[in-house]
Design a protein around this ligand. Sequence first.
Ligand code: NDP
Length: 516
Amino acid sequence: GATTHSSAAENVKTREKEASIPFTRPSKADSTLTIVVVGASGDLARNKIFPAFFALFYDDQLPEDFTIFGYGRSPMTDEELRITISKTLNCRVDKRENCHDKISQFLKRCFYHSGQYSSEEHFLELDNRIREKESAQGGKISNRLYYLAVPPTQFVDVVRCANRRASSDNGWTRVIVEKPFGRDSESSKKLTRDLKQYLNEDQIFRIDHHLGEELFENLLVLRFSNLVFEPLWSRDYIRNVQIIFSKDFGVEGRGRYFDNYGIIRDVMQNHLLQLLALFAMETPVTLDAEDIRNEKVKVLRSIKPVSIEDVVVGQYKGYTEGNMSVPGYTDDPTVSNNSLTPTFAAAILSINNSRWDGVPFMMVAGKALHSKRVEIRVQFRHVPGNLFNRNFGNNLNNATNELVIQVQPDEAVYLKINNKVPGLGMRLDRSDLNLLFKKRYPREAPEAYERLLLDAMRGERRLFIRSDELDAAWAVFTPLLKELEQKKTAPELYPYASEGPVGVHYLGAKHHIRCV
Ligand code: NDP
């Protein structure tokens, strides 16, 4: 029950404090780890979760005594699970020669248990099988990590059954939950309340896999370890900030989930707001998870709820060119014919604090656009006076500095600066100071899920979302979502692979933002 959990959680806290940081592999006698992937027959489990655990195993990051159980309703034997997941494992780390050995060693630790998500009896059976492995491993402390790769309708049942019948009685039990965390403030709060009937906040790891991307971590380093940026990070020097998330494909037959949520819930309320929070928050007291999350909550709570006047919503439409025909959003068989779900949105957010007062933060997110990119663009104010203005080429009047923090297609940080063109006379040009990560650091970076799973095992919560943070994030978008739905606002149509709705340029112009 919950009491066992809180004392287990206390134990964990003490042990985690004692454990040396950085993480070292616990010795054999110390503890065992059982990972339960709930929904093991699904896409997410097969394509992301098992491969990420394997990559960690390959990189010697898993504890010595670990076991992985897949759980789901589909009937499957251990061997069938192994065959299925073996197809998605690969040794990307550094292509060492023992790849096959490593895969077979890993698969030997993988098992499957078939059961219903709401059956305590089935979870008890799972518990028995887990205990068998734990005692064979001779571990004194047995820790359990659940990964919920099932639709959110199943979360509470699984947590109830796992808590009552299959949680650790001497170590920690943690649960990783995938988004969506509700669809508005009320449903999100309800989900949190329901989960907290069975779990403490520190057992819940809300995952937003974009937070495991390299640049999320690097944003903190960039801001707080370089003297040159932080003094400029305010309304005094920054004119506007654009946070852009653009995909060059549509739902392509996978619209069932998306049609129910739309781009604002799918991308803006979580990933983009997280990027904004890390970008705009004050300096945290330390790098501890709670200190960082406290600052994120503060800045999220300072954001005014988005107003419908400051939003453009769009939906992609198909077109035919010669004998090629591209389907629009509502042509997709997984989407309803008269769907008003936005596949694109642009919104202006304002942060009501002394650092950011008056600086528009423009979020742009869309599917089926002409390019694939995820980036933050920071446009600085112009240099006062006009000393050099006449030395620019025609279209470079008032060229201001711009800092671009790019997550996709390639991770990069570049600063647009003004520069003299070599030669006689004084002619100015804009160039980039450019840090392209794959050039500077050619070693392949780990997948976002690897970092997050490792953090969850270590009990590092920095990249997971706390419940008050989630509440603050929903508060920014819930009134807008309700209004769009009540008014049945029709999205502006834009052609597949275009730049998106024209309305975005008007929205930008209203806030003096030059959109790129
Ligand atoms: P799936 O639809 O493939 O579901 C995973 C498993 O859950 C299925 O194999 C099935 O297992 C079980 N399941 C599916 N539908 C139901 C249902 N209605 N009732 C009970 N059980 C059901 O989802 P994904 O694997 O794609 O994703 C899992 C979760 O992660 C979802 O909540 C999704 O929103 C989220 N997510 C997924 C991402 C992805 O990349 N796919 C990315 C981010 C989030 P069985 O029949 O064996 O019980």
